[in-house]
Design a protein. Structure first.
Length: 210
């Protein structure tokens, strides 16, 4: 008891030290409270495993994720004829990843219709530039056919699924693109001064007659 009274008397006689002790105790209490709050808010120690939803429909994937305490968001769609429309083909985070409960899982599905692409100006570019242009737009199949022209390897036209294209046209990304490229030669027209076969035969017959 006497020891406690001495401590109280000491703090009364030394207000600066007393205030420092009070500040330290207050700071320690605030720090401990903050740590408990953060553990509760971030669900420290709680782990959820992301299920595999690739290959499922969007509705099926959403149901599985919600059953595992997670949310989902559709972020993109691609056109792929090897999968049924609406099928999940990509997920992030990946399957079996450890995440916090309630984590958002981002999904990519197969589109129900091909994406439409605006055709850029393509006339009078090189065949290499034309092919790169259409492949860069996402067309999977770009073919090249030669047409008679003195301008070799110059794109003179293009078709999508056998339909002629023009710049600015909207075309399904799944279309087959055919570039019409100059062959570098033209068909020579017949010489108008050539001897008519019937006249040549007449002359030959005339001399043979002699």
């Amino acid at each position: 008891m006497k020891y406690l009274q001495k401590i109280i008397e000491f703090f009364k006689n030394h207000p600066i030290i007393r205030n420092l002790v009070i500040i330290c105790i207050t700071g320690w209490v605030i720090l401990v409270a903050a740590m408990f709050f953060l553990d509760s808010w971030t669900r420290h120690g709680e782990v959820a495993v992301v299920p595999m939803v690739k290959g499922l429909t969007l509705d099926e994937a959403g149901k599985v994720l919600k059953e595992n305490g997670m949310n989902y968001e559709l972020t993109d769609s691609i056109y792929d004829r090897s999968y049924p429309p609406g099928t999940v083909v990509e997920q992030s985070p990946r399957a079996n990843a450890n995440v916090k409960p309630g984590r958002m899982v981002y999904l990519t599905i197969v589109a129900f219709a091909p994406r439409l692409v605006t055709v850029p100006p393509f006339m009078n570019v090189s065949v290499r530039e034309g092919r790169a242009m259409f492949e860069g737009l996402g067309f999977k199949e770009v073919r090249v056919v030669e047409v008679e022209s003195e301008y070799k390897d110059l794109v003179l036209g293009a078709k999508a699924n056998a339909t002629s294209l023009r710049a600015g046209q909207r075309v399904p990304q799944s279309a087959v693109i055919t570039l019409e490229v100059g062959s570098g030669y033209t068909v020579q027209e017949s010489d108008s001064t050539a001897t008519d076969p019937s006249i040549a035969d007449y002359i030959k017959d005339y001399f043979n007659a002699d």
